[in-house]
Design a protein around this ligand. Structure first.
Ligand code: C2E
Ligand code: MG
Ligand code: MG
Ligand code: MG
Length: 267
């Protein structure tokens, strides 16, 4: 009987894995279809100077509308896309979309806007992506001055000489680079040593605790000092209250982003 039960458990487990694989596969197909049918869109959230309130940049955040007027969970579908080549297709689309928007603004005579886009490490390591970027810059050189690539520390870029070279070439053209989710990854300092970064974004899980946790306050203070010492712009993510903004301002944190200023929103 125990044997039978064991077998049943095994098949149950197998079935569950199988079920999960099917759900994932279905999501991949739907996402692929959504990209091809141009159903995805970008929302934008301002990054502001803490002292003056002046807007530094707009972070583009991917949105996938669902059937009842809401949106699918971005973090969830990006995670699935990261496991397939879909993330490359998404990354190309986001880059092109941001360039298109910058070109529209430029035609309207609006030249002071900057966009930050999230880029996965896989994307960054693909030769096709660099080709795409260079193709766009050859056509419209001004784009390079107006785009920041946010690279997350959670799924870090492999530190290879090829990647470093690629980053240097793109920085020389004028593109900016930011370490996203700084402080919760495994490579914070080595990242800054290896790559020519321009800014760091302190992860919102740290920022949201600075009023209640001495450790997170100390970490935040140290990261701001680190940024200053290395001439990097520091951006606090996930600022939701006036109290947190005031504290960050008193710590001389230069930039912030969060619901206090604006939620991500359509153009
Ligand atoms: P992220 O790059 O760290 O983006 C910040 C996230 O925090 C966004 O979540 C934003 O909506 C949210 N947020 C902003 N202000 C606040 C606040 O005050 N409080 C709280 N609780 N949250 C705030 P979102 O849009 O759901 O995106 C989640 C993650 O998905 C992003 O984190 C980024 O890692 C990834 N992602 C989004 N768009 C793209 C994309 O186009 N490409 C890639 N590869 N990843 C993307
Ligand atoms: Mg980001
Ligand atoms: Mg982040
Ligand atoms: Mg994040």
């Amino acid at each position: 009987q125990a044997k039978a039960l064991g077998r049943n458990n095994y098949s149950f487990y197998n079935q569950k894995l199988h079920q999960e694989a099917i759900v994932k596969h279905k999501l991949e197909l739907e996402l692929n279809c959504a990209i091809d049918n141009n159903l995805l869109c970008l929302h934008y959230q301002p990054i502001v100077a803490l002292d003056s309130g002046k807007i530094k940049s707009y972070e583009a955040l991917l949105r996938w509308p669902d059937s009842d007027n809401g949106f699918r969970n971005t973090e969830e579908f990006i995670e699935v896309a990261e496991e397939s080549s879909l993330i490359l297709k998404i990354g190309d689309w986001v880059f092109k979309q941001a360039c298109l928007q910058l070109e529209i603004w430029s035609e309207q005579g609006i030249n002071d806007r900057h966009i930050a886009i999230n880029t996965s490490a896989n994307q960054f390591n693909s030769d096709d992506f660099t080709e795409l970027i260079l193709k766009y810059v050859r056509k419209s050189p001004f784009l390079a001055q107006k785009l920041t690539f946010e690279l997350t520390e959670r799924k870090p870029l492999a530190i290879s000489s090829k990647t470093v070279k690629r980053l240097l070439v793109l920085s020389e053209l004028g593109f900016k680079f930011s370490v996203d989710d700084f402080g919760i990854g495994h490579s914070s300092i080595s990242y800054l040593r290896a790559f020519p970064m321009d800014s760091i974004k302190i992860d919102k899980s740290i920022i949201q605790n600075i009023l209640t946790s001495n450790e997170d306050l100390a970490l935040c203070t140290a990261i701001i000092a680190l940024g200053k010492a290395l001439s990097l712009d520091v951006i606090a993510e996930g600022v939701e209250t006036e109290e947190i903004a005031n504290l960050l301002n008193s710590l001389a944190c230069p930039y912030a982003q969060g619901y206090l200023y604006a939620k991500p929103m359509p153009l």
